[in-house]
Design a protein. Sequence first.
Length: 437
Amino acid sequence: MFTAFARAFKTPDLRKKLLFTLGIIVIYRLGAHVPAPGVDYAKVQQCIDQADSGGLLGLMQMFSGGALLQITIFALGIMPYITASIILQLLTVVIPRLEALKKEGQSGTAKITQYTRYLTVALAILQGTGLVATARSGALFQNCSVGSQIVADKSIFTTVIMVLTMTAGTAAVMWLGELITDRGIGNGMSILMFISIAATFPGALWAIKESGKLADGWIEFGTVILIGFVMVALVVFVEQAQRRIPVQYAKRMIGRRSYGGTSTYIPLKVNQAGVIPVIFASSLLYIPALIVQFSGSNGGWATWIQDHFVDGTHPYYIATYFVLIVFFAFFYVAISFNPDEVADNMKKYGGFIPGIRAGRPTAEYLSYVLNRITWPGSLYLGLIALVPTMALAGFGGANQNFPFGGTSILIIVGVGLETVKQIESQLQQRNYEGFLR
């Protein structure tokens, strides 16, 4: 990986793309530390030291690179864009118009991207309003004595300005991501997501060292680093694993020329769903705690939820979390990969799987293989999401959104592998010698 980066910096045009990407990253991180208007920065920092962020709030805090609780102009980060992308992807299966756009190719994809931008702005307004309202009421930092004072001016004008600022910040983050995609290296939104998560690593690791008791915390620190390397190696191994289904294309005579006759394969990844099931499960599990928080009830049902579904290490929480991850893994794979459509496309262009008849038998075979590899993929996701939490629970501050937890490791490794592959592919294009030497 480091060799690829070194060779890329020696190539002039790739060096420009890498430096441009680094420049955008610097701007993004600067914006994550600029407070929104009307926020008392000193009181926010005082409350952050006492904050216990978990569940959906912790997930959003991680995706914003620590900017959410600081209530900066980039407080919402790329979370609205991620949510909008997932919603549009799910609606593509439900709404025929979106499904037709998806099949139109590049023009249809551009239209869906435009819809995603509009939905991102709408979600940013909604989430920004919720964040500002929570900050004004003091519920953002429940255990902080000055939590209700972080927004001193509670007038409507100040509230509107704060919401508009955060919405504009989300739009700016979306624009920065698209700039990286067009003029930089890799997928811009994925790069910004990578940077947001990586930005929380030093602080979280140092907090473990400070709270450690063995050898002034260095033994705990080293153990966490070692566990992190093991988890990264495991994720790299599984993320690269795939089931290759061979496909043979028959020869066709068009005029005097022969076309086809080639052999290829359909790559089905073991983890076909990526990190989406973990995000869905984390968000869904936060809903009961959110209902209790806003209802203010002290009844038996509210107490039961607080006892069983707020602490991330409770057996009920762990079991429900694991089952939800497995369910959403199958659900997402079912809507993102259509065996009938793949079989029809293969039949249209004269392709077939050796030993399997074209058409319906091919679709049934693909569905059978997909279900079989989704089981180990979903169980792997559940273990990756839970094992770090259990292993690191004794080191203080570990929850499902800990830097070496499942969500962060999956995103960090996935984006890192994809970016390195893009750099290597561009290096091969520029160093290709051709057939004549």
